[in-house]
Every structure is written in C-alpha cells, then in structure tokens.
Unconditional design. Structure first.
Length: 243
C-alpha cells in the first residue's frame, strides 16, 4: 500500500510517498504562507517521481498540528478532499510527535541517548507562548509523558528535573529560559533539523491506521491549542516535575 504523508503546520511544506519501509519520493521546501499554492503541485511532483497515480494511494496521513492555523486548514482541507474523492482512509498525526522523532534520531546519531532522557519539541506560538510536549524514550521508542500544551517557555522549564533535548523554532527563541543554571543539562538541536518530515508522518500514519483503522475524513480536525484550554498559567506546571 502506498501512503501519502504531508504536513503544512510549520513554515515548511513536506510531502512524501511511502510504500512499506521504502520512501518513493519526498519533498521538503520553505513555504511560509504559500502552502495553498504549493501543496497540490508538490503532490503531483511526488507522484511523477515515484511513477505512481493518485489512485494508487491507499492511505493519506497528515500532520494535524499544533501549528499555523492557516497552514493547518490548507493541509487538512486538501488531504481530506483527496481522501474523500478516492474513498480512502486518512490518519491524523500530531505534528509534535513527528518533531520528537527527529529529536530521538538526533540523540541516537550523537550517541547521547543514554544521558538525555527527555525530548521536548518547542514550537513558537507567538506572544511569548510556545506549543510543547515532553517525551521520554525506552529501547529506542518514544513515550509521550505530557499532553500537548500551550504556555510560556518558563512553564516547560519548570516541569523538568532531568536532562532534556529541546528542538523547534521556539527552542531557538527561548533558549536562555530553557537552559536555566542549576538544572540538569539542556541539549539543543540547532538549525532546521527539527522540521517535520512527511516520510515520518506517513509511517506514523500507517501505524495509527493499523492500530485504530484511521479517522473518518469528514471528521478529521486540526489539533488547536488555546491558552484557556490548559492550566499552565494556573499552576499546572508546578505540580511536580518530569524526570
């Protein structure tokens, strides 16, 4: 089965076609606010490169955020439309999970996985806020330890009692707050290596589909987080740390 993976929740546009463990085609490009004009042509390029037809796609997997409201609407509307038109299932993958996977791969590559138990995607939500989540790892697999949250970077720093890898555009903006003196060591994945990859989203979508059967395309919604929906500012971050 061929799976189309896509994510439009960040400044990057990523599209990939995956068949079992093989990536047939993948494109990652800077899109900024042009996701709506670039997504469908990029899907067409991926199909051409892989010598596939759109009717060959058996599953659609899409990043559902959190992230750019406009980008998320564009990505989900386009993927839902294709899935509905073809009568195919769709799998929604939290974008933060795909970003955390990049962090896990980085820890393995750098040989520091044993000394860094936490992985923390930190996405800039503007106005002093960040989207974040804390993951641990065991035997090379990720384990999500918190909800997907929105709050100030200080709230994330207050949760942690052990070393952590921070990655994302929010980690770059608030690096000084996340690497506070007196806390266990903070590692940072610099540059664009944090950006979600559609090949990862496709594989996560396959796993989700195998486990749950995927989602109804008509009911698939973006993962929006609002400050009023979590209690970060009202002391949630202070109820014990994450080790």
């Amino acid at each position: 089965m061929i799976t189309l993976g896509a994510d439009t929740s960040t400044r990057s546009l990523t599209v990939a076609l995956v068949e079992e463990n093989k990536t047939l085609a993948e494109y990652n490009s800077r899109a900024d606010s042009m996701h709506s004009s670039l997504l469908i042509p990029t899907v067409a390029k991926a199909l051409k490169k892989s010598r596939s037809k759109i009717s060959d796609i058996g599953l659609f997997s899409v990043g559902i955020g959190p992230g750019s409201f406009t980008g998320l609407r564009v990505g989900l509307a386009s993927i839902r439309a294709m899935a509905i038109a073809l009568g195919r299932p769709v799998a929604g993958v939290p974008t933060m999970d795909a970003v955390a996977y990049n962090g896990l791969a980085y820890l393995k590559r750098k040989g520091i996985i044993e000394v860094c138990p936490n992985i923390c995607p930190v996405i800039d939500a503007r106005k002093g806020q960040v989207y974040y989540c804390v993951y641990s790892h065991k035997k090379g697999d990720m384990i999500r330890k918190t909800d997907y949250l929105l709050g100030p970077a200080d709230a994330l720093a207050g949760r942690l009692r052990a070393s952590a890898l921070f990655l994302g555009d929010g980690a770059a903006v608030y690096k000084d707050r996340l690497s506070r003196p007196g806390r266990s060591r903070a590692y940072f994945l610099e540059g664009n290596g944090w950006l979600p990859r559609a090949s990862v989203i496709a594989r996560m979508g396959i796993k989700r589909y195998e486990d749950t059967g995927g989602e109804d395309p008509y009911g698939l919604l973006p993962l929006y987080l609002y400050a009023r929906d979590c209690n970060v500012k009202r002391g949630r971050a202070g109820r014990g740390g994450v080790r």
